[in-house]
Write a protein that binds this ligand. Structure first.
Ligand code: SAH
Length: 545
């Protein structure tokens, strides 16, 4: 029995997706923030629930070899980083496992998990910051970040994830606010003018956008603010965003330009990309390029395809592939982002692209009406994923491939499982880290359409089969482990399925079926085929020679 406020010694044996260490006290699960796998720690219990509890770290008795010195005062208080106390290599290991666990446990998916693509920059990589504002006891304005799952503002002088320039810009704005006695918004009373300072940096061109999120359009002494920044050649745009609602959502719907352009321009995958304050743009530009390259590689484009880019934002992904396809259709719900996408196509000389401003679910219905038959659909949904109706509509359009990009492995796994149930095979999964030191990780998945005719035949076979035969003798994981142990080769479930099929061992419904000649499904190499056959023989699933 674990008791609140009591101290215990705990060995940390795992990590949650939020970056909390996991240990056991007499078999009872305890979560301890700021610990690392391999730590032995003294903790104090702060909250007890029915099957787990939370504890506070009191003392590190034995330190994990993953640990590194902490370099930020706000770490543990602000809701940004969760991994500043462990090496980047160990963080990548955890993220790889997190993605794999989500796909296996939530999606029930066994596939090829490619090694995570880490970020070259682990500091200063973020091109965007939104600082909530508050006033201290002396009435002086300060900027900070929200604490985890809270609206308490943690002051932070220098965030290591942000570019150097942001610090001095933020400082100048705070001084401007103080000198001109401009009021800060108070969430409790709903009074006050300025809510957030929002900065964006286009890394390739150097352009910076300054946005003040205000409860009204009119900013007193705006000319003074313009004067402060007009001498800085990198400040390309100053905008007032109006949000008068009492809400957690940071940005309002309308923007007014005070100075310079309506948007800033970056270069991504060799395309000039305009970004408005309300348009989504990946926060880690360099890694976003790698992410889109991987997605393009998974799509395997030849120049003749019709490509649909769902949740396209400012069009970045589709436009990075536009020269390799016949036709591109992008779909996005935010009007300003669609405006950007159209400008972006035009300014890069891309004329085979069309952009539709609509909810993804409605747009897929519309595309079905148009009897569009895309060859490839790329989806890059927000954290909640595509959901059932969008998956269903995509399936009805019968694309040969779906490339899913997702910032939430759990909903990606759920959506991929739905695709699998509806005749798609999850060929490979590639985690990409766009958010070093934070709990977030991006994933790219290739889903490939199974051949319907063969798919149906196999379902019939399944009905007639008694699965106590060869199929049930060894699991895919057992076969993979056997192959790894005996040959050092890593084989995927798809490879095993291909060999089983070839050898006449009936396949499970979800795995791959024999492919036609022109299929783009990756083939199993002769070396791997041989190794899998040996494993099948070992498990008495295949007769020896
Ligand atoms: N693919 C883009 C944007 C990805 S972020 C990029 O890589 O930059 C997800 C995008 O989905 C956001 O632009 C968001 O505005 C959009 N979105 C959110 N809900 C949507 C919906 N229901 N229908 C269409 N787009 C949506």
């Amino acid at each position: 029995m674990v008791i609140k406020n009591q101290e215990y010694t705990v060995h940390i044996i795992g990590m949650t997706n939020e970056g909390n260490g996991v240990g056991k006290i007499d078999g009872f699960t305890v979560f301890v923030p700021l610990t690392a796998v391999g730590d032995k720690v003294r903790v104090k219990i702060v909250k007890v629930c029915s099957s787990y509890c939370y504890a506070r770290l009191e003392e590190i008795l034995e330190s994990s070899s993953d640990r590194i010195p902490i370099d930020c005062d706000a770490f543990s208080q602000c809701g940004g980083c969760v991994y500043r106390h462990i090496s980047y290599e160990s963080e990548l290991r955890l993220k790889q496992q997190q993605v794999q666990d989500a796909f296996e446990r939530i999606g029930g998916i066994s596939t090829d998990y490619l090694p995570i693509c880490g970020s070259e920059k682990i500091s200063g990589y973020r091109n965007k910051s939104q600082y909530p504002l508050a006033v201290d006891i002396e009435g002086k304005p300060y900027a900070g970040f929200y604490a985890m799952r809270s609206h308490r503002i943690v002051p932070c002088e220098r965030c290591l994830l942000l570019p150097d320039q942001f610090e001095s810009i933020k400082r100048k704005i705070l001084d401007f606010i103080a000198e001109n006695d401009i009021s800060i918004y108070d969430e409790k009373t709903g009074k006050g003018l300025i809510r957030h300072i929002y900065l964006r940096h286009a890394e390739k061109t150097g352009e910076i956008m300054v946005v003040l999120v205000c409860t009204r359009k009119r900013l007193p002494h705006a000319d003074r603010l313009i004067e402060i920044f007009s001498s800085d050649p990198n400040i390309a745009s100053i905008v007032i965003n109006v949000n008068e609602k009492n809400t957690n959502v940071i940005l309002g719907e309308s923007c007014f330009v005070l100075y310079g352009k309506e948007q800033i321009c970056d270069v991504l995958c060799s395309n000039k990309i305009n970004i408005s304050p309300l348009s989504f743009y990946q926060v880690n530009r360099n890694q976003a390029e790698k992410l889109y390259e991987i997605a393009k590689d998974f799509a395997g484009l030849t120049g003749s395809e019709i490509l649909v880019d769902l949740y396209c934002g400012a069009g970045t992904i589709g436009l990075s592939m536009a020269k390799q396809v016949k036709q591109l259709i992008g779909v996005e719900i935010i009007p300003q982002a669609i405006e950007n996408a159209k400008e972006n196509a035009a300014q890069n000389g891309i004329s085979n692209a069309e952009f539709i401003c609509a909810d993804a679910a409605k747009a897929t219905q519309m595309l079905l009406w148009r009897q569009l038959s895309p060859d490839v659909v790329v989806v890059d949904p927000p954290r909640k994923g595509c959901g059932e109706s969008v998956v269903r509509d995509i399936v009805v359009m019968k694309p040969k491939k779906v490339v899913m990009i997702s910032c939430n492995p759990a909903t990606a796994a759920r959506d991929c499982a739905m695709f699998q149930e509806q005749g798609y095979c999850c060929v490979k999964v590639q985690p990409v880290d766009l958010f070093p030191r934070t709990a977030h990780v991006e994933t790219v998945v290739l889903l490939s359409k199974l051949q319907t005719k063969q798919h149906i035949e196999i379902n019939l076979d399944m009905d007639e089969l008694d699965l106590t035969g060869a199929e049930s003798k060894a699991s895919y994981d057992e076969i993979k482990s056997y192959v790894k142990e005996h040959t050092g080769l890593t084989v995927s479930s798809l490879n095993i399925a291909q060999v089983k099929q070839k050898c006449g061992i009936i396949e499970r419904e979800n795995y791959n079926k024999p492919k036609s000649e022109n299929s783009s499904q990756p083939k199993c190499t002769p070396e791997k085929e041989q190794a899998i056959k040996s494993a099948l023989k070992h498990f008495d699933m295949l007769e020896g020679d």
